[in-house]
Design a protein around this ligand. Structure first.
Ligand code: HSE
Length: 437
């Protein structure tokens, strides 16, 4: 059976003229030939919705494209085929997408916060109206991870995924590692380069990566891990000393997003372990070498084996390029495959974070005197935690960093052991500890 492909232009309404919105407007103008060669159609930007319609913004639009501040001018316009939502936030974006779907329009969005926190109704509405709801730009910038999971990897059982999903945090950690910068200076630089979210707390506190991880969990496993219960720890206030000590042990500190299925061999049930946290990654692992604003995702599939994707995780044009690819799919007449699964995504059974098993890096600030190491080791031993390596750096101030790495243990054993250390009175500041992967 041959499919009838229309030659009519695809008419687009865009909501938002920020970093990625501006990038898309640029690509739609510069890439006219590429678009036509790929789809046999033109993509015409008809209207752009903004909060403030300034003459400067109007001047950036292609001929015939109108600037509007009225949401209904996009969602209800019968001459618009696709609404591209790049305005961010959740409330207004949800209203815009729902209304556009009710009017039978396809949607392209890069709004990971919205999709992670509040998307079930939107996917149901898209299904009911037989609309595409595409969101390649919402996870890991230019890396085509959404399409990879819904299409070429669909014949695999994904058992784990581990990634660096926030370009801003990775940029900060890389600058701290290679240029010895401190946290605040590196964050300022990332903001100046346009990588950070409008509210950079989403980046440095781990929530942006957690939004993306929530989407990847659905796409990879067909399971829902409610965003509100996702364990999230960011990199705010990361200390240069820990970056340097980790290096001495042969590791890099990275903000890791991880999800892993655990199968109970006896009854065949599965539970999902997932979260976002800073971790030490051995320098020989590919993830340790992902630098600057780059993102990467390592998937373990069966029977595919491991797959590693690496690319620019933020920035106007790289992200706009995958938003454009979603538009091309719609122009080609692709059928909706919005979640990658035929049925509704179901709630995951969860492994509680206190049961997670891993090795740990721990730094405590203590007085350099007799009995301190004995007390520390005693508290670890009381929780059956075995110490693997220890370094103490002598200095003239007498309060010194004592850093150690442990063999595998559970998060709850580590918390209990550190509480016991606190009770001995040897700690001069709160301990710092990270997982090792
Ligand atoms: N602020 C995000 C990041 C960019 O730093 O990765 C797009 O998600």
């Amino acid at each position: 059976m041959t499919q009838q492909v229309t030659q009519e232009p695809l008419y687009v309404g865009l909501a938002g003229m920020g970093t990625v919105g501006g990038g898309l407007i640029q690509l739609l103008q510069e890439d006219r030939d590429l678009i036509y060669r790929r789809t046999g159609r033109r993509i015409v930007l008809r209207k752009v919705l903004v909060r403030n319609a300034t003459p400067e913004r109007a001047g950036m639009l292609p001929e015939g494209c109108e600037l509007t501040t009225d949401m209904a001018a996009l969602t209800d316009d019968p001459q618009i085929d696709v609404v591209v939502e790049l305005m961010g936030g959740t409330g207004a974006a949800h209203a815009l997408i729902s209304r556009a779907l009710e009017h039978g329009k396809h949607i392209v969005t890069a709004n990971k916060a919205l999709l992670a926190e509040d998307s079930e109704a939107l996917f149901d509405l898209a299904r009911k109206n037989n609309c595409l709801l595409r969101y390649e730009g919402s996870v890991a910038g230019a890396i085509p991870i959404v399409g990879t999971l819904t299409d070429p990897l669909a014949g695999n059982h994904i058992v784990s995924l581990m990634g660096i999903l926030n370009g801003t945090s990775n940029y900060i950690l890389s600058e701290m590692t290679t240029n010895g910068m401190d946290f605040d200076g590196a964050l300022r630089q990332a903001q100046e380069l346009g990588y950070a979210e409008a509210d950079p707390t989403l980046d440095v506190d781990g929530f942006d990566a957690a939004h993306k991880l929530t989407l990847l969990i659905r796409l990879a496993f067909g399971l829902d891990y409610p965003f509100a219960s996702m364990p999230v720890q960011g990199i705010r206030g990361m200390d240069k000393r820990d970056i340097a000590m980790a290096r001495e042990f042969g590791y890099r500190i990275k903000l890791i997003a991880e999800a892993r299925l655990h199968k109970d061999e006896k009854d065949g049930t599965t539970r999902l372990e997932a979260g976002v946290f800073p971790a030490l990654v051995h320098h020989s692992f590919l993830l340790a070498r992902v630098g600057g604003v780059y993102n990467a995702i390592r998937l373990e599939g069966a029977p595919s084996g491991p797959i590693f994707l690496h690319g620019r995780g933020a920035g106007a044009l790289p992200t706009a390029s995958v938003v454009l690819s979603d538009l091309l799919a719609i122009a080609r007449g692709d059928k909706p495959n919005n979640t990658g699964f035929a049925n509704r995504i179901v709630r995951a059974a969860i492994v509680p974070p206190e049961d997670w098993r891993s090795r740990y890096y721990v730094r405590v600030m203590v007085h350099d005197e007799s009995g301190v190491l004995r007390d520390l080791a005693g508290c670890m031993a009381a929780e059956n935690i075995s110490m693997a390596q220890v370094i103490q750096k002598e200095n003239e101030k007498n309060v010194v960093p004592l850093v150690f790495m442990t063999h595998e243990t559970t998060a709850q054993a580590m918390t209990r052991a550190l509480q016991k250390v606190h009770e001995t009175g040897i700690l001069q500041t709160a301990p710092v500890y990270y997982r090792i992967i």
